[in-house]
Each structure stands twice: as C-alpha cells, then as structure tokens.
Design a protein around this ligand. Sequence first.
Ligand SMILES: *Cc1c(COP(=O)(O)O)cnc(C)c1O
Length: 338
Amino acid sequence: MAYITLNKNNFFNNLDIIAKQTKTKDKIALVLKDNAYGHGLKEMATLASEYGIQKAVVRTDAEAKSIEKFFEYILVLCDIPTNNCTKLRYTINDLATIHLFPKGTLVELKVDSGMHRNGIAMSELKSAFCKIKENELILEAVFTHHRSADELSSEWFWQKNTFKKIKKESIALAKEFGFGALRFHSSNSAALFRHTSFDEDMARVGIAAYGCMQFPNALKIEGLQPILSLYANKISSRELHKGECIGYGGTYEAKQNCIVSNYNFGYADGFLRNLSNRYTTPKGVELVGRISMDNSSFLSDDEEILVFNDAREIATSADTISYEILTSLKSYIKRDII
Ligand SMILES: *Cc1c(COP(=O)(O)O)cnc(C)c1O
C-alpha cells in the first residue's frame, strides 16, 4: 500500500505565517473538512491542537464529533445537529432550512455576498433574523465566502464592501431582535492574505495551512511549505524491449530496452487517471502507460518512489487544483507524522 508522510515542521511553519497575518493564533479556524484536505482528520487535529489552535471548521456533524476533544470551537458548514454540544456551531445556508435546527442550537448565518452558491440573500437578512428568533436558535455569527480572493482583480474589493454592508445591517438587526454581540468572518486562505490589516473575528484557513495555496505571482506569499508527501512501493519489475507496450490499451511503447516497475498506487487510491502517460515525479521518474485501479507503472527499478511532495505540481500536470489532488487521497492510506 502507498503511504503518506506529514511534515510537522512545515505545518507549524505555515501556522506561524498565518498567525502573523491574523495577529493571534486564536483567530485561526483551521479548516479540517474532507479528511483535512486528505491529510487525515485525526492526525491534523492532533497536530493543530499541539500547536495551540482552538478553532476548527468541518463539513459534517460526524466530523465535528470525532475531533471535539481537540478544540474549543467547531463550525459545521453543512449539517443539522443530532444532539446538543456547546462547542459546535451550525451553519444556516438557506432560509428554508432554519426550522430544521433543534431549539437552542448555536448557529452562524451564512450570507451570500456575491458568490451565489450558499447563504441567504442580503435582502432576506431581516426574515432570517426573525425566523432564527421564532425557532429559538442562538445566533452567534454572520459570515460570507469570497468567490475570487485568489485572483488579481477588483472582485475581492466589491465583495468585501458588500460584506461591510451586511455587517452593518446585522449589527442593527441583532439589537432589534435581542441577540448578543455577533462575530463576523469572511476570509478563507486567499482572502486572509489580501487584508493589509486583518480585523475580523476569525479566518477560516484551509489550503494555506496545508502549504498548497496557489496565487498569481503579484500576490504570492513566501514561505508556505507543503506538508503531505505520497510514496508508493514496488509490486513487480520487468524488462521491456524496444517496441513493447505496457498497461491497458498498450498506450506506452518502449523507445528502447528499459526496466519498468509497477507500484501500489492507482486511481482507486486517489491517483487521478488522467495523469496517465503525462506525469514525471519530482525526482524525474516517468509515469508510463495507463494508471490502473490499484497500481501504476514507472520507468524505475527502485523499491519505493516518491510520487509527489507538492500537490500544486501534480495538479498542474492534471489540469486541476491542489485541493482535488489532496482530497482524492483515500482515508485508508497510512499517514505518518514525521
Ligand atoms: C473550504 C472552505 C474554506 C477554506 O478555504 P481555503 O481556500 O482552503 O482556505 C473557508 N470557508 C468555507 C466556507 C469553506 O467552504
């Protein structure tokens, strides 16, 4: 079985850089959804807690419950609570779902400031506050999500302005409906680094903490280091003679006599199949033929190969983003902290 290593020093280094931007580690809400972007939920929660991170963001109630002991605060992005827990906050993504939350649930209201994906419209703010009150939920925060914070354009600025208006209106509504002081947050990794002086209540940081943020050169942040490396082990080797082909469909033809070995990492494990015949490892080892379900072939005789140590590079070869490369990695792959 292929295995993953997680570099603790690099992770802590990334958190140092992020904490400089948020000014305090208390404002870092580490996004651990989807098995911590493929890094391993328990592993990353343990390390984050060791570093002193107190806040986390996940997708589901089950994820939150499994890491509850590591954090003071966990925001669930898309689920309805099963039982009460004072550490957990639940996102309201739509007016129509407010009645589903049990009385007394701590909630955060997501508002659509221009991405038009999740969240209530600005024009629905008052109705949302009203329904939250009627259903006896406890509103603690109002937040939004940027659609283009990682692009060099005016998008970031107008969305930030829209959120400013949402904030102002929410503060007035909180008074009117008798809610306590609200918290506000709008920043993912890219947005956090767009602030010249960060002044929100927290930042929801995912990809920057994993060291795989991709920014245009003008916005590039120095020093963030990937933490995940993936290694595969040899299953078998053979000699190919010039003209012989390898794998399903025989799509790779040996240009000369060569040694080809088959390694235990395939598309079922999360190796994107569209990389077949178009990937070379960081150490210059060429992937040849089609990636199979449980294995893939490389021009190598080594017992073990490093498949990748920077998800951004392999993402470029696959015409995708580091997020997809990382979250494709199956949870059963062994993860070792080094
Ligand atoms: C996934 C997610 C984030 C984290 O985004 P990164 O780009 O990885 O920092 C933040 N906020 C919300 C609502 C998300 O869904």
